[in-house]
Design a protein around this ligand. Structure first.
Ligand code: AMO
Length: 429
């Protein structure tokens, strides 16, 4: 007998035979017959147990909720269940019994506190709305991957144990690498640029990035998933186009694959139009000044200031031409105006999703930029070397996958879209 998912029962013929596997969500015992609500990764269905088919009916209905079972039976399309579909069991096999009491309820109307949920993530994920988050994240990434692959990018994997800091020395996790000191990589930045010198032309990577940021916020993780690209013979404008279309393609895939489930959970997702608006850092200062705020040129915007700017741009938009002082050494200064750079952040309202830029490709300028940032170029010899023997002009970006998922699902905390979050206090489970 073929195993089928509960979602697909609606396509089954009346009176056909099916095997279903899943968890017992609920037991309803009546005088003669009993019902189980069976749940799998795609939904729930009512299973009818009749004593003439199931001689050990009392044993089965006495099994704890959340035990794992396999049911073989007849699909009945005009049953008494609300959905109209039920399965009249011919046999029920208990595959594994669940303990009691459950450390976290699956169907409780009142949600447990977040820590209890995360401590019992395996149970939390059995709830359909939590499960859906990770289906959405998977579709989102698949849409982005498909877009990049169809634009001649190849997917690469670069080291996560590294010898040099990428995004600034402060937020590094140290690891003991035999007799040497090493770090967990903050970003694949240096490696993706080296690959451009390697002649690969267009690369992308999806992988973990580690930041030892001390503060616990709803938008920061100490380990997040970074979607990075780097493209040769390109500038920041080319990279921004690639980004807005990648985001659009990701959201399109989410809608194509999950719209029915999203609508069921009251989430109405719109595929954004491109191009996204572009606004310079200096224009943002003007907006803030009009609101009576004084902003010092050369500093990052505070969360309050971003909130103010976000009021004018509630959807996706780019903030471009950030000052050199707030961008890393690898960022290309704007020709003729080197107070600012050929850089951008993709924002959604007040929230940052992506940073990117055209990069410095001239090795002399690169060494100068290292020194301006107070960094010793000799620690980056392996990187600078790749610039000395024919490095094309190039540009790219790094997108926080969890940040984008959080935004499209309108969730208040980045931990909701992270299976097993790593934050200032949490490394288990
Ligand atoms: P940046 O440091 O801005 O740039 O990071 C890029 C994007 O990664 C996400 N992000 C985070 N998400 C969750 N928790 C964190 N602690 C965290 N830190 C960053 C954000 C951010 O926009 N090398 C450059 C990218 C490039 O220029 O290609 C970089 O890493 O969404």
């Amino acid at each position: 007998m073929e195993r089928i998912y509960i979602r697909d029962l609606r396509h089954s013929m009346d009176n056909s035979e099916a095997e279903l596997n899943g968890w017992i969500q609920e037991v309803r015992k009546l005088k003669k017959i009993s019902f189980l609500i069976l749940r799998d990764s795609t939904g729930t269905v009512q299973v009818t147990l009749k004593p003439e088919n199931i001689p050990d009916i009392d044993f089965i209905t006495g099994v704890n909720r959340e035990s794992v079972i396999s049911v073989r039976g007849t699909v009945t399309k005009e049953g008494v269940a609300k959905s109209g579909i039920e399965v009249v069991a011919k046999s029920v096999k208990i595959l594994n019994q669940a303990g009691t009491p459950l450390p976290l309820g699956i169907t409780d109307p009142v949600e447990a506190d977040f820590d209890t949920r995360l401590n019992n993530r395996f149970l939390d994920l059995r709830k359909p709305d939590k499960h859906l988050i990770f289906r959405v994240e998977s579709s989102l990434l698949w849409g982005i991957r498909k877009f990049l692959m169809s634009n001649d990018f190849i997917e690469v994997h670069t080291p996560k144990i590294v010898a040099a800091a990428t995004e600034g020395g402060a937020d590094l996790f140290r690891v003991q690498y035999f007799e040497k000191n090493a770090y967990l990589n903050q970003s694949p930045q240096l490696y993706k640029e080296i690959l451009i010198s390697g002649g690969i032309d267009r690369v992308f990577e999806v992988g973990p990035a580690f930041r030892a940021e001390e503060h616990n916020t709803v938008r920061h993780l100490n380990e997040f998933t970074s979607v990075d690209i780097e493209m040769a013979f390109s500038d920041h404008n080319d990279a921004m186009k690639m980004l807005e279309n990648a985001v659009r393609s990701g959201i399109q895939e989410v809608v194509d694959k999950n719209n029915e489930s999203l609508e069921l959970h009251g989430i109405h997702l719109k595929v954004p139009d491109v191009p996204f608006p572009r606004i310079t850092y200096r224009d943002c200062i003007s907006i803030l000044e009009k609101e009576g705020q004084s902003v010092a040129f050369g500093e990052d915007f505070t969360p309050e200031q971003l909130r103010e700017i976000g009021k004018k741009f509630p959807d996706f938009y780019f903030i471009t031409e950030w000052p050199s002082s707030v961008r890393p050494f690898y960022t290309m200064p704007k020709p003729g105006d080197d107070e600012v750079t050929n850089s951008y952040d993709l924002q959604f309202g007040e929230k940052e999703i992506t940073s990117g830029a055209q990069r410095v490709h001239d090795p002399e300028l690169l060494e100068k930029r290292f020194r301006q940032k107070g960094l010793d170029p000799s620690a980056f010899e392996f990187y600078i070397k790749a610039f000395k023997y024919g490095m094309p002009p190039h540009a790219g970006w790094g997108l926080g996958l969890e940040r984008l998922s959080m935004i499209i699902l309108n969730l208040p905390n980045i931990r909701e879209v992270t299976l097993f979050p790593r934050d200032r206090t949490r490394i288990v489970p």
